[in-house]
Write a protein that binds this ligand. Sequence first.
Ligand code: PLP
Length: 401
Amino acid sequence: MTTTTPPATSARVRAITESVTLAITAKAKALRAAGEDVIGFGAGEPDFATPPHVVAAAQAAAADPAMHRYSPTPGLPALREAIARKTERDSGLVVSPDEVLVANGGKQALCNAFLALIDPGDEVLLPAPYWVTYPEQIALAGGRTVVLPTDAASGFRVTVEQLEAARTPATKALVFVSPSNPTGAVYPPEEVEAIGRWAAEHGIWVVTDEIYEHLVYGDARHVSMPVVVPELRERCVVANGVAKTYAMTGWRVGWTIAPVEVTKAMTRLQSHTTSNVSNVAQAAALAAVEGPLDEVAAMRETYDRRRRLTTERLNAIEGIVCPEPQGAFYAFPSVEGVLGRTVGGRTVTSSLELCEALLDTAKVALVPGEGFGAPGYVRLSYALGDDDLARGLDRIAEALA
Ligand code: PLP
């Protein structure tokens, strides 16, 4: 009799692919550790240090024995209150603290939302190019992601017509993110409103990711969907966090704002997964969201300068077309025009191969569009130091000359 050994891991985790962004970042870091001068355009993280008053608040919290204990799963009461105040200050959404759940980064906040809202078989509409994590989290919840492609010609923005064409009786939710990772697209207020009204009319939940709310440039303006469409409020989860706004990616504090019933459900879930977020990190987040936005404004100015430089330099390379991003800190150029060319002695036929060739030969780490559901494109984060940015762009131009 033959016996077959069942696989060690569950089908659930076998179906998950590694984050392509983190994988390329890890490869770049490993090369750097081995002494290579690699310039990383991969990670979506600010190069700035966390503001000093935030660090000081964390230091004080670490020395306070009251902070050495478990605290309430949904967050320190003072932080939940401060997030409610900050949300009203920044986007005009009036929130009660019991609608706020503090999680371990925006990532866990989103995962809580999908696990709390989605049943097996539910369909979730996801405009592409999308951030790599959404489809994996939706799959973990048993949901079926329905991808809605957009391109540079449409400004990487989905339309109500596309949404309506994809709607079925199984459609449970829409993922909406503006400013967007990876494209930097920002939806104008009237489009946010039209999409919100469509969702409200059809009883479709919206998970709206506002993590880049403060990083908009030029005439672009961030508006919060439940503010412009108040009737959506009862079917909307807002996800946000301190990572991008305050240069706090490593502190791991994010949150959701959702109707109380959903917040309670997500809190039950989190009480069995991670419990409260580190109290020290919560104290830091409290100082960040309660504090002024002037350091954020200074960082935004720097990103804006780097954004213009990056777009200009990329567009000067024959075969690359880079629309000007309006938000976040990513450029998302099409590289279709360079495919088929020889880079570092090998012919590249896809954006994935191009990124591999650029990393191996020009020592620059870019993320291939394949992971974002957008082959033919690459993503560059311009949240890296000015010198590295200029040197990295030189290297790309040279490699593709
Ligand atoms: N949402 C988007 C669109 C992101 O780009 C990121 C991070 O890259 C997150 C959420 C999660 O951020 P964090 O978990 O660091 O708070």
